[in-house]
Design a binder for this molecule. Structure first.
Ligand code: CO
Length: 134
């Protein structure tokens, strides 16, 4: 079912500072900041040769990463995103196997304009998993 690792997401309290660390200290190629009001986050993507890092900063009062940052005030790894060929078939198999899909269970359009779903961390080794249509 799983294809490529699309990105590793890191939640941070200050995305400009985090982007500067990746750009200036680590010498990586860093995108502009993009507000994603539908997802309650601002994102920056760091392009690596084999995958991406997604920096996330809370956007708006109802941001889904506020609690995570309360527990991890310096920031921390928030989720892994894997590509799948058919997100609906993947969801149906996972649900049939007893995995929990977050939210309505229907894919939303993610930061790359493709359908995404999130899976409950308790079902996946303590890690929040995002699936993205390849
Ligand atoms: Co993501």
């Amino acid at each position: 079912m799983l294809g490529k690792l699309n990105h590793v997401a890191i939640a941070v309290p200050d995305i400009a500072k985090a982007a500067a660390v990746y750009r200036d200290t680590l010498g990586a190629e860093v995108s502009e900041q993009v507000a994603q009001p539908d997802h309650g986050v601002t994102t920056v993507f760091i392009n690596l040769p084999n995958t991406k890092i997604e920096l996330l900063e809370p956007y708006g009062a109802g941001s889904p990463i506020v609690k995570f940052l309360e527990k991890n005030p310096d920031g921390g790894m928030h989720h892994l995103c894997y590509e799948v060929d058919d997100i609906i078939a993947a969801r149906d198999k996972l649900v049939a196997d007893g995995a929990r899909v977050l939210g309505s269970g229907d894919p939303k359009i993610g930061a790359h304009g493709k359908p995404v779903l999130f899976l409950h961390p308790k079902d996946f080794c303590g890690t929040l998993v995002e699936l993205e249509q390849a």
